[in-house]
Structure formats: C-alpha cells, structure tokens
Ligand binder design. Structure first.
Ligand SMILES: [Zn+2]
Length: 83
C-alpha cells in the first residue's frame, strides 16, 4: 500500500492510546488504515484488545503496575513464539 507511511514500532506505540480511546476520530481512522496495511500490527492490535478485556475482567486496571503489565505482555508474546 503506497501513500501510507507505516512504521511498526510507531504503530505499536499507538495501540494502547487507540484502545484507551485517546484518539480523535480522524486519528482513529488513520491508525486503522495504517494497521490494515500490516498483518503484524493488526495481529498485535487484536492481542492487545483481548489483553485489555482480560485485564478488565480480572482486576481493576489501576491495580496493575506497569511492570506487571509488561511482564504479562512479554509472556503472551513468548507464548506466541512457541506456536
Ligand atoms: Zn506494522
């Protein structure tokens, strides 16, 4: 897809803001377009989304420290690599 400047690390940084609803509708659209060009980021977005739902069910988000979150995240990613 030409015309869209996709940068994976850039995109990954935006995923949590997107899921937090921190984007304007225009930004959201831009982000979705960008993600749709990259299977890798699309998959990561789906993972983060279900991860967030999982956390919300398990515990209030305020109880989770940043360390714990990145810990769980890296474990999820390790699981992915094993498949
Ligand atoms: Zn990407």
């Amino acid at each position: 897809m030409r015309g869209i400047n996709h940068n994976c690390s850039n995109c990954e940084e935006k995923i949590s803001s997107f899921l937090d609803g921190a984007f304007t509708p225009a930004q959201e659209q831009q982000f979705k377009n960008s993600v749709s060009t990259c299977p890798r980021c699309a998959e990561k977005l789906e993972k983060e989304k279900s991860f967030k739902v999982f956390l919300k069910k398990k515990m209030p988000i305020t109880c989770a420290s940043r360390d714990l979150l990145s810990n769980i995240r890296s474990q999820i990613h390790l699981d992915n690599f094993r498949k």
